[in-house]
Design a protein around this ligand. Structure first.
Ligand code: AMP
Length: 429
């Protein structure tokens, strides 16, 4: 098989790394890829959100299968363009990608199908309407910009003044771009958060191993939100009873709802949940694998990813084929100093080769590039040091030992990934 992977972060490096292990795979391209992916695949410098350029690339290289990593190509209709041409592709159609691309679409979908979620106060097209509505909400209130806002569109406002300030920035100053044109207000939920990710062909589905990520930049969940500072996975994280509750009250009604709405969903579906006193409730959908969760999940994969994703594209997923390594995995993200604010790039990365042949550790690249044989930083999240092991404790120690061998100027990482791991339960169990 010849495979094209779209995207250029840690998630895509993890996909390329696993696909390359399949005896069926003859060649992999990645667009645009990054400095680490370039060692495992042929990178093509096109913008993954550019549907026209991607179609032209696929026409030229004729892949047997295309796998979409990030949300932008999905929201832009890439998979629809591929399916119209009868090209095998993994990723939901544009209509389904609105589950991620529009918070309002997703909330209306959840309400229409009676899937547990935070109560919505309303949706608003102008700041005046929001200020008016804010006079009759319970505090704190959750404010969500409707469209894609690079993770900055959700705000938990403790009072009217901070709520107004956020709405002004989003709707009046357009700080988040077109994603901030409409706003939704909803009730604040309390509990622990859990990411539940499935792979589906629209009929059958298989849950992936449970993971948790760490979004704040500093230890102890301090500092601003990021795209993800690390993640870990272990079976103990999710007790069987809670997994069954999530399957029956969230996952299956969601898949039935998609069928009822005539939306053929196919690919990864990430469900962000809050485990509240009255059971799990949906916070958000993402139409793709999360990152860095993808790195922790793929490290535990014990099946042929190329085979399974071909099955998904062809509409005959067999969930029993997804087997997982027992034990644990962890991913520690190394970032540029200053991230998620301003940071410098072009810093030489040292120590990578010392980790090349260590079984159980893989350094996945996110923001890197190669300049005349030297790997340098090229983004905020630079590397994901990913390890597998028997116990979570040993796995984390392994990942941190490896991370300490890498160095670049300004490098930062959290020292407490997975440190407070306790099995989750729906509060009130
Ligand atoms: P979202 O992109 O909708 O998942 O929101 C990002 C983050 O905001 C979530 O991971 C939660 O931490 C938080 N959040 C979103 N909606 C709510 C809610 N209704 N109640 C409490 N926290 C929320």
């Amino acid at each position: 098989m010849k495979i094209l992977v779209l995207g250029g972060g840690g998630r895509e490096h993890a996909l390329v790394w696993k696909l390359k292990q399949s005896p069926r795979v003859e060649k992999i391209w990645c667009a645009p890829g990054n400095g680490g992916i370039a060692a495992d695949a042929e990178c093509v410098a096109i913008d993954a959100g550019d549907v026209g350029a991607t179609v032209a690339l696929a026409e030229k290289i004729q892949p047997d299968l295309t796998i979409v990593g990030p949300e932008l190509p999905l929201v832009n209709g890439l998979t629809d363009a591929f399916r119209q041409r009868n090209w095998a592709v993994v990723g939901p159609p544009q209509q389904a990608a609105q589950l991620e691309g529009s918070k309002i679409f997703s909330k209306q979908f959840l309400e229409r199908h009676g899937i547990p979620t935070a109560k919505m106060y309303g949706t608003y097209d102008s700041p005046a309407e929001v200020y008016d509505a804010l006079s009759s909400v319970a505090w704190p209130v959750v404010i969500k910009a409707d469209g894609l806002c690079a993770g900055k569109g959700v705000f938990l406002a403790p009072d009217f003044a901070t709520a107004k300030n956020f709405v002004q920035r989003v709707m009046e100053k357009n700080e988040l771009g077109p994603g901030g044109k409409r706003i939704l207000l909803e009730q604040t939920l309390e509990g622990e958060e859990l990411s539940f990710i499935i792979l589906t062909d629209g009929k059958q589905y298989a849950p992936l191993v449970p993971t948790r990520d760490h979004k704040r930049v500093f230890d102890g969940n301090q500092g601003p939100n990021t795209g993800g500072m690390g993640a870990y996975s272990s079976d103990e994280l999710l007790p069987d009873a809670l997994r069954e509750t999530i399957r029956s009250t969230i996952v299956e009604p969601t898949l039935r709802g998609l069928v009822a709405d005539g939306i053929p969903y196919q690919g990864f579906l990430y469900i962000g949940l809050m485990l509240t006193k009255s059971g799990p409730k949906v916070l958000e959908f993402n139409c793709r694998l999360g990152d860095p969760e993808a790195q922790a999940i793929l490290a535990r994969m014990d099946f042929d990813l190329a085979e399974i994703l071909s099955d998904v594209a062809a509409g005959h997923l067999d969930p029993s084929k997804l087997r997982w390594k027992p034990g644990s995995s962890a991913c520690v993200v190394l970032t540029s100093g200053g991230y998620p604010g301003r940071f410098e790039t072009g810093k030489k990365i040292e120590g990578l080769t010392s980790l090349d042949n260590i079984t159980g550790v893989k350094v996945l690249h996110a923001g890197t590039r190669v300049i005349s044989d030297t790997v340098v930083t090229n983004g905020g999240r630079v590397l994901g040091v990913t390890a597998v092991g028997e116990t979570l404790e040993a796995t984390l120690a392994f990942a941190y030992h490896a991370a300490a061998k890498i160095h670049f100027e300004g490098m930062h990482y959290r020292k407490d990934i997975g440190a407070h791991a306790t099995p989750l339960r729906a509060a009130g169990d």
